[in-house]
Design a protein around this ligand. Structure first.
Ligand code: C2O
Ligand code: CU
Ligand code: CU
Length: 422
């Protein structure tokens, strides 16, 4: 709805039920529907107003993952909305074309509420995305794919966190969902299709690939396009990371192919290619110019060490405390954040209110498909990652920003900190 030039969205977080498995109604949560939520689509410079209503019987809140909005609009745990209450927020879209998302951020219950189904996509377009020659027909040749995994009990209900093992390893399940559907089938024309992929699972790392190992081209990551397209056969995404890829299906008219996960060796999505006249497409050789964080010369380095012992997850030796501010960060100043992982397990580190650039992994350049702007970075076992970051909005003691591991069980168990920007 557009009113006075402001794009208005109404999001109701509600209970629902879905028949995922034959004969069983699984209790779920969703946004305006039973499971997951509508895609929000905006243009850069739009002003949006979002009304969030909580129709659950428990507190919740929606956080705009990847959006550069002030702390007051960010939807962190301090924003908690009580049952039958609403929160209205308004902000301007001031960032590059990208696919972001929204999900709850309820204190110690984020993992549970996301697992139940609260999440949706938030797509930003800008001059670059509008003018680049790319497939753009939403749902036809520009297709969002949200990958999640779920575990069910004997009665067909979601089976969330059960044990210390789940807290330490994160909750995973053997049943995979794409856009909330089990055993999904997608029909496409024999041409180049753009997939906007999100790893929306609580903890699983996916290694996406096709069953015939065909090459595809990544054009965007979390928070922007890449400077130029990157060809690959496998795409690794951790929880909360996104990527856009172009796939040429013009050789497959009348045939089928599978997109799946190379770690579990499972097909996740069956793709039927229509028996039509194939169309060729040529991918632009360059995409965008990234001016942000060029030639970073700062000496302001901030260190974050990820800690993990049985039942205790922390950052810099401290577990998340809603009454403690961990960092005070200057507004509009580029800093280097050094993230140290001293365990074997990889952790996807996410920061609110910004997009950043990865400077190095153990002192070396990062992968070419990570040279875009990012908001989440997978820090591998025993690795140190440096990023350049800047915050263009304030966050206050009342509504601070968060940095945390995006394995949601780690976040809920304390691998999270709060910071203000001023
Ligand atoms: Cu996806 Cu604190 O966020
Ligand atoms: Cu976030
Ligand atoms: Cu973690």
């Amino acid at each position: 709805k557009i009113r006075d030039g402001i794009k208005e969205f109404n999001l109701t977080v509600q209970e629902g039920s879905v028949e995922f498995l034959n004969g069983a109604k699984t209790k779920t949560f969703g946004v305006n529907t039973d499971f997951l939520g509508p895609t929000i689509k905006v243009q850069r410079d739009d002003t949006v107003k979002i009304n969030v209503k909580n129709s659950l019987k428990e507190n919740t809140v929606l956080h705009w993952h990847g959006l550069k909005v002030p702390g007051i609009s960010d939807g962190g745990p301090n924003r908690s909305i009580k049952p039958n209450n609403s929160w209205t927020t308004q902000y301007k879209i001031e960032q590059r074309a990208s696919m972001c998302w929204y999900h709850p951020h309820t204190h110690e219950k984020t993992g549970y509420q996301v697992f139940m189904g609260i999440a949706g996509l938030f797509i930003i377009e800008d001059e670059d995305s509008n003018s680049l020659n790319l497939p753009k027909e939403y749902g036809i040749d520009d297709i969002p794919l949200v990958f999640q995994d779920r575990r069910f009990d004997m009665k067909g209900q979601f089976l969330y966190k059960q044990s210390m093992h789940d807290t330490m390893m994160g909750v995973t399940g053997s049943i995979s969902l794409v856009n909330g559907v089990i055993d999904p089938i997608l029909e496409v024309s024999p041409k180049t299709i753009r997939f906007r992929i999100m790893n929306g699972s609580n903890a699983r790392i996916n290694k996406f690939m096709f069953n015939d190992l065909r090459e595809f081209t990544q054009i965007a990551g979390d928070s922007s396009f890449l400077p130029k397209p990157v060809k690959m056969k496998t795409l690794l995404l951790a929880s909360a990371e996104r990527a856009e890829i172009l796939v040429d299906f013009s050789d497959l008219a009348g045939k089928e192919i599978y997109f799946g996960d190379g770690f579990s060796n499972k097909p996740l999505l069956k793709i039927l290619v229509k028996n039509e006249k194939p169309q060729k497409f040529s991918i632009p050789s360059t995409l965008i110019e990234i001016e942000e964080y060029k030639n970073v010369a700062t000496k302001n380095i901030r260190e974050f060490t990820l800690n993990m012992r049985p039942g205790w997850l922390a950052i810099n030796g401290k577990q998340m405390d809603m009454n403690r501010i961990d960092e005070i960060v200057p507004l509009n100043k580029v800093e280097i954040w050094r993230i140290k992982n001293q365990q074997r397990m990889p952790h996807p580190f996410h920061i609110h209110g910004c997009s950043f650039r990865i400077l190095s992994r153990d002192g070396k350049a990062t992968f070419e498909n990570e040279t875009c702007l990012k908001d989440t970075v997978l820090v591998y076992g025993n690795e140190t990652v440096e990023i350049a970051v800047k915050f263009e909005h304030e966050s206050t003691k009342e509504f601070p920003y968060m940095y945390h591991c995006h394995i949601l069980e780690h976040e809920d168990a304390g691998m999270m900190g709060q910071f203000i920007v001023k």
